[in-house]
Design a binder for this molecule. Sequence first.
Ligand code: PGA
Length: 272
Amino acid sequence: MPAEPILESSREGATILVFEDPLSACAVAAERIAATIRDRASNRRKAVLGLATGSTPEPVYERLVAIHKQESLSFANVVTYNLDEYYPISPFDRNSYRLYMHQKLFDSVDLPAASAHVLDGTAPAGFVDEVAAAYDRWIEADGGIDLQLLGIGRNGHIGFNEPSDLTIERAIALPTRLVSLHPTTIVDAARSFGGEDKVIRGAITMGIKTILAARSIVILAFGAGKESAVRDAILGPISPALPASLLRTRTAETTWLVDRAAARSIVAELSR
Ligand code: PGA
């Protein structure tokens, strides 16, 4: 059984669960995903999952693989859409999110190859817009995303939807598209690329509109580095300058799974 949260609160329709440590939060995220898959299967429907990469969700995938093996959770009726991919990048590059997903999940479960979608980092430059638009159409054709797993950047990005000075209306209408990485994102990616100058500057990201349309969102944030982004997203103004704050424009279910370090400056306010 996953660990209990040390604090449970709700705010503007979102549920915020604070856990002692990241592993406990990730176990809860994995159970939610497994429950979604089982629930949809019992209704003879496929489960459509939006998936995230980075260091944060790694234990979620470890746990899902364990549930697949120990509890026979099948991914045969699952369809996945990853949030983002660097551009341009080869799927064999060690920083490719397609490679990450194969290593962490796809190669260890019975997910059909044709059901595992990651934005194509090898699309020819003239076709990227078409690839991005097709991604949104495929998600729609699959009936929309049942559960979207998200991380949050130190700058508040979701996917590679970076801070902007757009109006809220324009920001929440952003589709899947080619973007440039924000300076903070480049600094944070430098470690895995072996230096800031080596970080691929572009990416294709699922749009804010696409993310907000998910029927359920589970967003993970761990460590002191995420503390201010978490505080601003939950308690600050709703603004495209902090893209995760736009989750508050949703009426559908949003659950924050946060560890004690990332929640440090909101715990007092949320306990009131
Ligand atoms: P991280 O990235 O999991 O590597 O911290 C999160 C994000 O940028 O969304």
